[in-house]
Design a protein around this ligand. Structure first.
Ligand SMILES: [Zn+2]
Ligand SMILES: [Zn+2]
Length: 332
């Protein structure tokens, strides 16, 4: 078994900074560790994932956006930051969720409905903890200029860096904490095409369709299998799971949580998605944000999941290994 303790991860982070700084390049590349690691060294035993931004709510503010707090064996990482500047801050207060010790933030992609709360959260919590919201984990491509459309991340980068915030750019899968993995940008094997296609990326070779190349997910290794959190699912949920299988481990996928961008999917596509999810062993779904209501129930029926095992995500929902999904009262 390949040992891969957290201390080693951190020292590699540190080492990569020194090397990159020495080359006069201020871009921070995250360490790439996955290809050799096929036997994983750590199962997260204590896991809780709490939705802090999505549309449906009976507790707090609902919005077009997504954010979830991931707590894994005492470590915390905020997955995305919601859309409007104050949503996550206010929902955390309302739900008595303490974010003051969150120092790591994972961003699935550049869109404002996932990055809009970042500045506010950093401002609010750095007064309590100077390191709060100071390490931001992003996929390569998040700072690429878009044609005729705002890239919020380009705007925020300089401002946040001046405030002491560091960005870690991932080009492939890596372990953030023991048992908590970042997929890095996801290879598009299947034609899921979960993006509009009308926006363009500005590249040296000219403008090309913006397929949101930076889109990445978070994966938690547990004794029940992987728990995957997805932001907007632009890479496609099946492409995401294929990527996990190819780059992290072939372990089954126990649960998927977050936005899967199936709101426009045809029934034919949903049927294919359901059969693939079954192949991966998916037993629990919390379909929040852009998953789509019809899509969620279609998947539930196609996969023969029980009422408690496939729910529409709402603000304050949680998931844990012992109890599974704890949905809001409207989604029960
Ligand atoms: Zn998006
Ligand atoms: Zn979104």
């Amino acid at each position: 078994m390949i040992k891969h303790p957290f201390t080693k991860t951190m020292s590699l982070f540190f080492l990569s900074f020194i090397l990159i700084s020495a080359c006069g390049n201020n871009k921070k590349e995250a360490p790439s560790l996955a290809p050799e690691i096929k036997e994983l060294s750590h199962n997260v035993a204590d896991l809780k994932i709490t939705n802090l931004s999505t549309m449906l709510t009976t507790r707090g503010i609902g919005e077009w956006g997504y954010c979830a707090l991931v707590e894994a064996d005492g470590k915390k990482v905020l997955f995305d930051t919601g859309g409007l500047p104050e949503t996550v801050l206010k929902n955390a207060e309302k739900l008595n969720v303490d974010l003051s010790d969150v120092e790591d933030v994972f961003l699935s992609h550049n869109h404002g409905d996932h990055t809009g709360g970042l500045r506010t959260l950093r401002e609010a919590y750095k007064k309590i903890n100077p390191k709060a919201f100071s390490r931001i984990h992003v996929g390569k491509g998040i700072f690429t200029q878009r044609l005729n459309v705002r890239n919020w991340m380009m705007e925020m980068k300089e401002e946040l860096e001046a405030d002491g915030v560091e960005f870690f750019i991932y080009t492939e899968s890596a372990e953030l904490f023991p048992g908590v993995w970042i997929t890095g940008p996801i290879k598009r094997v299947h034609e899921e095409k979960n993006y509009g296609g009308r926006f363009k990326l500005v590249t040296p070779e000219g403008s090309i369709v913006d397929n949101i190349p930076e889109d990445q997910s978070l994966v938690i290794d547990t004794e029940k299998g992987f728990v995957t959190v997805s932001g907007c699912g632009h890479a496609g949920i099946i492409n995401t799971l294929e990527h996990i299988k190819a780059n992290i481990s072939e372990e089954k996928i126990h649960a998927i949580i977050g936005g899967f961008h199936l709101l426009n999917a045809t029934d034919e596509h949903l049927k294919w998605t359901a059969s693939k999810l079954k192949e991966f062993g998916v037993a629990k779904i919390n379909g929040a944000h852009c998953t789509g209501l019809h899509a969620l129930y279609f998947l539930k029926n196609e996969m023969n999941l029980a009422r408690a095992d496939a729910v529409v995500g709402s603000v304050g929902d949680s998931f844990d290994l012992e109890n599974g999904l704890n949905p809001g009262i409207l989604a029960k």
